[in-house]
Design a binder for this molecule. Structure first.
Ligand SMILES: Nc1nc2c(c(=O)[nH]1)N[C@H]1C(S)=C(S)[C@@H](COP(=O)(O)OP(=O)(O)OC[C@H]3O[C@@H](n4cnc5c(N)ncnc54)[C@H](O)[C@@H]3O)O[C@H]1N2
Ligand code: MOO
Ligand code: MG
Length: 604
């Protein structure tokens, strides 16, 4: 690209014909509408930003800077343009609307060619100018600011004041098709995704990495703190760092059972035993020439001593000690402050407290710590077929197992749990349950009903009362994992299949819950390569999380084997396994002996 170009996508409109819904975020073929614009524009420019005045957090979750109008109220595109020109890191700035998802791949090149050394190149569709598809030179900012300050509102009047050029895009009618009404949205959905029954699942799914990045970008940690007695803090997240109030150990002490002595006396035939220093019972005097003190491991090294000899290297007869092998200076002395020095940060804020940490904190004498309050997660299972334990199964019914796996995994994250039971596939009942959960908890988690079946309501309800961020990812199992906001809460809709629940929780939900709970950085399970002893079946398209077992072969080599059938309904594959075998999206069948990436289970 000859010139550096930035782009700003305009998403600041009021969308009155969409019932006031934020147009850029409206669901279209599996992604928010603006994402379609981003997908084709981002590769054409050096920098990209979104101009939005509402739902800025949701836009920010897409991974680009969000710039609001700095003129208050909705002033139409001119205010957005002024904000864009003020932001633009490049000399040339492309502006285009968020509601025209069919953007050509050469739009920037064509506008650049038309602009030449002019101020603004405005797209022409063959009939008229399209004033919000423009490439502007950054030097136009003062002119625009003056125009707005003088009360100017009409965009073409302002262009008329500039050195205006026209870009003939009459062969690109699609670019100017925009979505203003729910009917137009449905028509666009059909164009982008003709085979899908208005459901979006055949649409290109988000790569797992990108879905994860968006989720982590969107959520911000909770802020309430509490003071806890040390033991109750196990598994909680520190809100403040722990510092050492005094050195640990507090004194020089012995690493061996033996005798404390002065190495300067090494020429002496024998030493005089003048006392003892047991752990907890220091010797209070000072060693003089030719003297030693009986000392036990952990005993304070007496004043004057500069080494300890282990008792195996000395012989004692009454109060006379003969040293058979003299120690070096400082040998067997553990120095004060060797573990911790006063003021050392021993554990940072954001740390989830382990058993080792409890001990470390206790070693500094601190009985209480400040942690973030626990994250509250409310969850329920959806499905007319589900029965709870203790109930009798009738034809076509099954026991609800997802609430148990979810309970277990949430517990392993030390989360405060609200179990809302089983909810029927009924819009009113589901809405009521979602409302109650969102009012009580930071996060609402459900299983089932996120796919495209006629009893799958969750994505629809999220659209009605919240904001879906994504609902189709290139992951197996777990494609319909849904993430967004439901009223004031974060929402995770896990697919109903029992293995999909566990895989999406481990891979996607847990990192987000960890961040929400204040963990910083959120724990990441280790992954490493191992030879795989089984043939693996894999179709290219989705990243797969197959279930495997890390084993040691008879020859002592570490390897992984598949646990066998990988259906997303076969829960036994999870309890038989001890790791995920992580296969990249484009991988195909792999013969036994291939190297594969494995991730040991951490929450199961
Ligand atoms: N036409 C299409 N059908 C399906 C697609 C698709 O893209 N197009 N995706 C499939 C995939 S992948 C998954 S995963 C599932 C997800 O389904 P839902 O999230 O809608 O879940 P349900 O339909 O409610 O249930 C699916 C399955 O899981 C069983 N289930 C549900 N809840 C529980 C529970 N609490 N305990 C035990 N088992 C449960 C349920 O009985 C079903 O068998 O959609 C595919 N379909
Ligand atoms: O994603 Mo589904 O979980 O393949 O079965
Ligand atoms: Mg379903």
């Amino acid at each position: 690209m000859a010139h550096s170009v930035s782009a700003m996508i305009l998403a600041g409109g009021r969308a009155t014909r969409m019932g006031g819904q934020d147009k850029g975020l409206i669901a279209l073929a599996g992604q928010p509408m603006i994402q379609h614009v981003i997908n084709t524009i981002a590769p054409q420019v050096d920098h990209l930003a979104i101009n939005a005045n509402r739902n800025q957090a949701d836009y920010a979750a897409l991974g680009y800077p969000v710039i609001g109008d700095n003129i208050s109220g909705y002033q139409g595109p001119l205010a957005g343009m002024a904000a864009g020109l003020a932001w633009s890191p490049s000399e040339r700035l492309l502006m285009l609307p968020c509601d025209g998802p069919l953007v050509p791949n050469d739009l920037v090149a064509r506008l650049l060619a038309a602009l030449g050394d002019g101020d603004v190149a405005v797209a022409h569709d063959g009939k008229r100018l399209q004033p919000v598809h423009v490439l502007l030179h950054r030097r136009c900012l003062p002119s625009l600011q003056r125009f707005i300050a003088e009360g100017g509102r009409k965009i073409d009047r302002w262009y008329a004041e500039l050195d205006q050029r026209t870009a003939d895009l009459s062969d690109q009618q699609d670019l100017f098709v925009n979505v203003n009404t729910p009917m137009e949205r449905d028509a666009m959905e059909q164009r982008l995704n003709p085979t899908a029954n208005n459901c979006g699942h055949d649409a290109p799914s988000l790569p797992v990495e990108e879905a994860l990045a968006r989720m982590l970008n969107a959520v911000t940690p909770i802020t309430g703190r509490r003071q806890l007695a040390l033991r109750s803090a196990l598994g909680q997240v520190l809100a403040e760092p722990i510092t050492a109030p005094a050195p640990v150990p507090a004194h020089d002490n012995s690493a061996m059972d033996g005798y404390a002595l002065r190495t300067i006396d090494a020429k002496q035939k024998s030493l005089q035993l003048v006392g003892s220093a047991f752990a907890g019972h220091p010797f209070t005097g000072t060693l003089s020439a030719g003297e030693c003190v009986r000392i036990m491991t952990g005993g304070v090294v007496p004043a004057g001593a500069d080494a300890v000899v282990m008792q195996e290297r000395a012989e004692r007869d009454g109060n006379t000690v003969v040293i058979n092998q003299w120690p070096e200076l400082s040998e067997n002395i553990r120095r004060a402050g060797e573990d911790l020095q006063t003021g050392d940060i021993i554990l940072p804020a954001g740390r989830r407290i382990t058993a080792a940490d409890l001990g470390l904190i206790a070693s500094t004498g601190q009985a209480e710590v400040t942690t973030w309050r626990p994250l509250r997660v409310a969850f329920f299972s959806t499905g007319d077929e589900l029965r709870s334990l203790g109930e009798v199964l009738e034809a076509g019914q099954i026991y609800d197992s997802n609430r148990y796996t979810i309970y277990g995994m949430l517990n392993n994250l030390h989360i405060e749990i609200i179990d809302r039971g089983v909810v029927k596939d009924d819009e009113a009942a589901l809405t009521q349950a979602l409302d109650e959960c969102a009012a009580d908890a930071d996060v609402v988690l459900t299983s089932g009903g996120v796919s495209v079946g006629e009893a799958d309501y969750m994505v629809k309800l999220l659209r009605a009362h919240g904001e879906p961020h994504f609902w189709s990812i290139a992951m197996k199992p777990g494609r319909p994992l849904t993430f967004g906001r439901y009223r004031e809460a974060w929402y995770f809709g896990l697919p109903g299949n029992p293995v999909s629940v566990m895989a999406t929780f481990a891979q996607m939900v847990a990192p987000a819950l960890r961040k929400l709970a204040g963990e910083n950085p959120p724990y990441q399970a280790p992954r490493f390569q191992l030879p795989c002893l089984s043939d693996l079946r894999k179709k290219p398209g989705r990243q797969e999380f197959q279930r495997g077992r890390i084993i040691t072969t008879e020859s002592g080599q570490r390897a992984v084997e598949s646990v066998g059938r990988q259906g997303s309904g076969i829960l036994r594959s999870m309890s038989d396994a001890n790791c995920f075998i992580v296969l990249p999206a484009d991988a195909e069948d792999m013969p036994a002996g291939s190297q594969v990436e494995v991730e040991p289970f951490t929450l199961t």
